[in-house]
Write a protein that binds this ligand. Structure first.
Ligand SMILES: Cc1ncc(COP(=O)(O)O)c(C=O)c1O
Length: 433
């Protein structure tokens, strides 16, 4: 026996979401302003306003509003490649034949831009304190790849990683950083004794306004920088790389990546509510923490002295000894119910039965079919081919896969009520019967 519930709890009529958009009304005002003034384009007041407001909030000089966080990451990565290795031909990327060291526990959009630019991602394992790139593994990676000059760092689920350590290592090796703050807008990190916003911690910084993020434009993203030249370059590339001629003249590959003024209206309307959203997400996280305190469960960790997360997603892991057996292939999962134990598959299936959305932990990049043949570096060194058929119990260290196996993302929607969350907690508890 595992999941046991008396039948008192009924499935929700309206689905409880993982993280859905939360609108306040002001968004419609600014969208309508774009409509009524006919700035239904990729220029207009909403774009100018959010670029100014967000640059000021994050503490950078320039912000460039783009169509998505992925577009921001692509142009940031391309620009980093150009700074490091020079301009590329139109038929090659700026990272051709170059290795880029990258976060392993992240969403694919952090990594794919390396491939768009023909680079080769090498994945760096995760630490257990914040679920982000492990500085020890990064240092090891520079021993394997002393020529690496670019590092892509994400802050998973809105929790800043060990930025100070990672930056020091990058500085020592003369490497630049692309910071993927898509999930962590509004989260802060204590850098050199000063609270600093994520989105300003790298050399090329990105945020996202995807519909599931802490604030949203329905879609959209932003490139953030202190460099006027970099901001101008990204703005140029994002608007088809037009040159200063009367006709369409092009010397560089261009993209249609600029944000729409209508989308910018939604972002503009959301901005005043950023802190309210963070407060709601923090309350959700703390309620889960309290609700699970008698269970063999840990919440996604953060460094309370050096960071203030935005608590975008509440996640949990099950203690190893309380895990029932679970097997996963690339597409399906099975588990063996056991008294007093559970696993992410059982919990996610249970929640789904009650019309509640949870999600597995982001599957680490080094284990994704598309990147499975790429190098993977752990705190111990090479993460590939380290077990030995002739040595018993020779377990390969892989923090990311361990979190993936034992963890899951809990419903973290701002609009979830306390009563609804209590039911989610009760259902999780029931899985450990
Ligand atoms: C870590 C991370 N990076 C990048 C992205 C891509 O952002 P977008 O969906 O705005 O393209 C996302 C989410 O979507 C993300 O979670």
């Amino acid at each position: 026996m595992a999941f046991k519930e008396s039948g008192r709890i009924k499935p929700f009529t309206d689905k409880i979401w993982l993280a859905s958009p939360t609108m306040h009304g002001l968004e419609a005002t600014y969208m309508m302003e774009a409509y009524e003034t006919n700035w239904m384009s990729t220029i207009g007041k909403n774009i100018n306003e959010i670029e100014t407001q967000i640059a000021e909030f994050v503490g950078v000089r320039y912000a460039v509003a783009l169509s998505s966080g992925t577009a921001a990451l692509h142009l940031a990565t391309r620009l980093a490649g150009e700074h490091l290795y020079g301009q590329s031909q139109p038929n090659t990327g700026t990272l051709q034949n170059r290795v880029v060291l990258a976060s392993d526990m992240t969403f694919a959009a952090s990594i794919n831009p390396i491939a768009y630019e023909n680079g080769e991602a090498v994945f760096i394992d995760t630490e257990n304190d914040t679920w982000n790139m492990d500085p020890i593994a990064l240092e090891k990676a520079f021993q394997f790849y002393p020529d690496a000059k670019l590092v892509v760092i994400a802050h998973l689920y809105g929790t800043p990683g060990k930025v100070q350590e990672l930056k020091q290592i990058c500085d020592r090796h003369g490497a630049l950083i692309v910071e993927d703050a898509a999930e962590s807008f509004g989260a802060k990190y204590l850098l050199n004794g000063k609270w600093t916003e994520t989105g300003s911690l790298g050399n090329f910084n990105c945020i996202s306004f995807n519909g599931n993020k802490i604030i949203t434009g329905s879609c959209g993203g932003m490139f953030l920088t202190d460099s006027k030249d970099d901001a101008n370059k990204v703005r140029k590339w994002s608007t088809q790389s037009r040159e200063a001629a009367h006709w369409y003249q092009h010397e560089e590959t261009g993209y249609n990546y600029r944000m729409s003024n209508v989308i910018a209206g939604v972002v503009r309307g959301q901005l005043p509510f950023l802190q309210a959203h963070i407060d709601q997400k923090k309350a959700i996280y703390n309620r889960y923490k309290e609700g699970f305190k008698e269970l063999p469960i840990k919440m996604n960790p953060f460094d309370g002295e050096k960071s203030i997360p935005n608590f975008w997603l509440s996640c949990m892991t099950i203690d190893e000894e309380a895990m029932c057996r679970q097997v996963r292939d690339d597409y399906t999962a099975l588990y063996f119910p056991e008294t007093g134990k559970s696993c992410p598959t059982e919990i996610l299936e249970t929640l789904a039965k009650y019309n509640i959305e949870g999600r597995p932990i982001w599957k680490p990049m080094h284990s994704q079919p598309i990147y499975r043949n790429h190098a993977f570096i752990t705190a111990k060194g090479n993460g590939r081919g380290q077990s030995n058929a002739y040595i018993n119990g020779d377990k390969v260290q892989d923090v990311g896969i361990d979190i993936f196996n034992r963890g899951l993302c809990l419903p973290s929607d701002n609009k979830m009520t306390i009563d609804q969350q209590e039911i989610v907690i009760e259902l999780v508890k029931a899985c450990f019967q």
